[in-house]
Design a protein around this ligand. Sequence first.
Ligand SMILES: O=C(O)CCC(=O)C(=O)O
Ligand SMILES: [Fe+2]
Length: 298
Amino acid sequence: MQQGDQFNQVTVDWHQPGISIDPGGLAPFAANAEDIAAFRRDGVVLLRGASTEWVETLRAGLQRNLDKPGQYAFPCESNPSGAPGRFFDSYCNWQLIPEYLDYVSHSNAASIAGQFMDSDYAQFFHEHAFMKAPGTQHATPWHQDLPYYCVDGDKTASVYVALDHADVDVAVQFVRGSHRWNRLFYPRVFEDGSAFNDDQPDARMEAVPDIDANREQYDIATWPLQPGDTIVFDFRTLHGTGDATVGSIRRAFSTRWLGDDVTYCERPGETSPPYVDHGMQHGDRMRSDWFPVLWRAN
Ligand SMILES: O=C(O)CCC(=O)C(=O)O
Ligand SMILES: [Fe+2]
């Protein structure tokens, strides 16, 4: 099996173009200038409690996925076999899990993304959910999200909602300013941290540096999180976690948003999600019938 295959293993027909969302049903968010400036400068900003009202809904959606992983898209177990705990993730289920569709259709996520990206519009790409069970000692390897994706651009945002309390030793961490380094790093397999796609070299990419061994060289942002705390980060911002033992369940739900300069990008290696038959050429705008535009600047 080629490295990375497990990441993109398709189990279900997850893509159902045709679901339409009325952008009029989305909640607004009032972003403040200081937070927007921090996002531009650091590539990451924490919005305390911005999604508290969605925690129960998103937990319920994720529980469907955890109960029957094979009925949903791209289930991935990244805990090495025999290791304590469980590290599960799954993505591209917003059309299959009603609670996720509810969130995408009615939450403030599109409004948050649009304002922080400083974009004329916020276009929805997909969602990604994560769960580390108590006892897990497995780091999320440091990575950027952009190199995994079939998109390129400067205006991108993930809206990451913490669904549980997480102390700093297990919470996701970010390298401030790494979105402006003008560097891209090979995507990594979450199970063992190895790079995938480096057998199909991409002149723009290099291996992720050893951040944990040289933490003093980086400006690392990390916060203890409460359910509903929301982190907005650029697809190019390096992020990951340490390998401290997870004391209590640690779930999170990210939605991925594209701004007005984002285009479809062919990369030498496989990208994720593995969209097929989309008809887009390198450099095209992302088709809005597959990736709905859910927010527009006034
Ligand atoms: O929460 C984690 O451990 C990783 C989250 C992540 O990589 C993401 O949301 O892009
Ligand atoms: Fe990530």
